[in-house]
Design a protein around this ligand. Structure first.
Ligand code: ADQ
Length: 481
């Protein structure tokens, strides 16, 4: 069945068109802002490439972003930040538990990531998910101007497209899934599998990070709803739903500019000095999520210290783990396991004043992060499964010195594009250890050659290009009925 999917298995090719001249409304679980008492509105734009790519577009199209403020029971009125209109959708404290922590982060997240942890399926939670999706859809139906483009983001809002199409058939509706879409064998476990596929098929265009996600979705739609897919288009009685591949990226120019700044250079040398000026700094930067394979890389480092293949007097590891989803039990377990591992390894291989692993359970500022990337000689990105992984791309963009080695899991979406990384199957412990040694020992000439390839790729396919390509495909005639 997936053989018919060849046309959707490459990143979509419709080139970015002229400005769309149509209002755009974005919907995502979270609004792109954080509370900030130092500003007049009390809000400031959140950092991150996605926000930076989409906000200017909203500003120029007079569009709006619809989402939750992040605070339970917040009935905030619509407001503006930096010339962009923001429309809050209220979510109650109970819905945070059921829709957000429950279905989204304890049900869909593990299932969509290879079922790495047991998912919770609970009909009470599902009712809350449906209610919140209905609320988003009716808010969008109320505020979207006639013939607007609505672009919905991620796994929290998979029912919104179909509900919205029923309410407002004049709209052009797109959806982008930031995480993987699982194969039928896993997806079919979901008690609400048909409802989700029906929800997504309400779109004119459904976008995925990798060809496999697009193929899995089309296969699930064919199996579960008996629809026909040809050349990436599913013909439905009401409209045509297209399926495409749009690998997300970062704002390359911005990261490069930050990396080149004097303050960053100073911070980078301070970091190296504080780490004891080691020959090699190995770096990991992730949300503390069980999908990211933090434990795998710590165990690989441990084995290499034990065997003597890595010398603790030459190499140190820095692992930054951002606190995330702390109310969900799987995340509490993961944190305990990682912190125990760090303690055990440091206990055996550190010297007074010189730990072999520097572990931070913190959210850093973007400037600090870029300085850290610059300081890192070897970046370890070893997820079991990841939609894309922007850290891998940020690391390459930050290395304006043209040096540095990226060790990258084949199971991150970024592996499709970043073929100059040292690609590895992180489930294979010996292969992961070998990849780390290869990176540490790599000759300067090869490091520079590979880094140049990585940087060219990320520069060529940046986040603005991603957004332009998605929108150009969304309004292209072949994606509409
Ligand atoms: P995430 O799972 O959050 O995103 P990722 O793509 O790596 O994963 O993005 C993380 C972002 O958080 C990066 O931009 C990074 O700079 C930032 N970050 C990480 N640690 C930080 C820290 N300690 N302090 C401050 N910032 C930190 C989901 C999917 C990914 C997909 C993205 C975008 O799971 O696969 O790449 O969406 O589609």
């Amino acid at each position: 069945m997936t053989d018919e999917l060849t046309p959707t298995t490459q990143p979509s090719q419709v080139s970015p068109s002229a400005p769309l001249n149509r209002p755009i409304v974005i919907a995502a679980n979270r609004l792109p802002v954080m509370r900030d008492d130092n500003t007049e509105s009390g809000w400031t734009a959140s950092p991150g490439g996605l926000v930076r790519a989409l906000l200017p577009m909203l500003r120029s199209s007079g569009g709006t972003w619809v989402g939750w403020t992040g605070e339970p029971d917040d009935n905030a009125e619509p407001f503006s930040v930096d010339g962009v209109d923001l429309h809050p959708v209220p979510i109650s404290a109970e819905e945070v538990l059921l829709y957000y922590e429950g279905v989204s982060n304890d049900g869909l997240w593990p299932l969509y990531h290879d079922a790495l942890r047991e998912s919770t399926y609970d009909s009470l939670q599902w009712n809350a998910y449906r209610n919140v999706n209905e609320r988003f859809a009716s808010t969008l139906a109320d505020i979207a101007p006639a013939n607007a483009i609505v672009w919905i983001h991620d796994y929290h809002l998979q029912l919104v497209p179909a509900i919205l199409r029923r309410l407002r058939p004049d709209l052009t509706i797109g959806f982008f899934l930031h995480i993987p879409f699982p194969p039928y064998e896993l997806f079919s476990r979901l008690p609400w599998r048909n409802e989700i596929i029906e929800g997504l098929l309400g779109c004119d265009l459904v976008g995925f990070q990798r060809p496999m996600g697009a193929a899995n979705f089309a296969a699930c739609a064919q199996q579960l709803l008996e629809v026909e897919e040809h050349n990436g288009v599913i013909k439905l009685p009401t409209h045509h739903a297209s399926v495409g591949v749009f690998p997300i990226s970062i704002d390359f120019a911005e990261v490069e500019e930050m990396a080149a700044g004097r303050a960053t250079r100073k911070l980078t040398s301070q970091i190296r000095a504080r780490l004891g000026d080691p020959e090699v700094i190995l770096l990991g930067v992730d949300r503390l999520d069980y999908t990211k394979g933090i434990g795998l890389r710590l165990r690989a480092f441990d084995a290499l210290l034990e065997s003597g293949e890595i010398d603790p007097e030459r190499c140190v590891m820095v692992q930054v783990a951002t606190p995330t989803r702390e109310a969900v039990e799987h995340y509490q377990d993961e944190r305990r396991e990682i912190e125990q591992l760090v303690g055990e390894i440091n206990g055996r291989f550190s010297r007074i004043g010189l730990p072999v692993i520097h572990y931070l359970y913190q959210t850093l500022s973007y400037d600090e992060l870029i300085a850290l990337y610059r300081a890192g000689d070897v970046m370890l990105v070893t997820p079991f499964r990841d939609g894309m992984n922007l850290v891998a791309k940020e690391y390459a963009a930050a290395h304006i010195d043209g040096d540095g080695v990226l060790v990258l899991s084949e199971f991150a979406g970024a592996a499709d594009e970043l073929t100059d990384a040292v690609l590895v199957n992180p489930h294979d412990d010996r292969a992961l250890q070998r990849a780390i040694v290869t990176a540490v020992e790599m000759h300067r000439h090869e490091r520079r050659q590979r880094m140049s390839g990585l940087r060219q790729q990320v520069q060529r396919m940046d986040v603005q290009g991603w957004a332009d390509r998605f929108l150009a495909n969304l309004v292209a005639p072949n994606s509409r009925s």
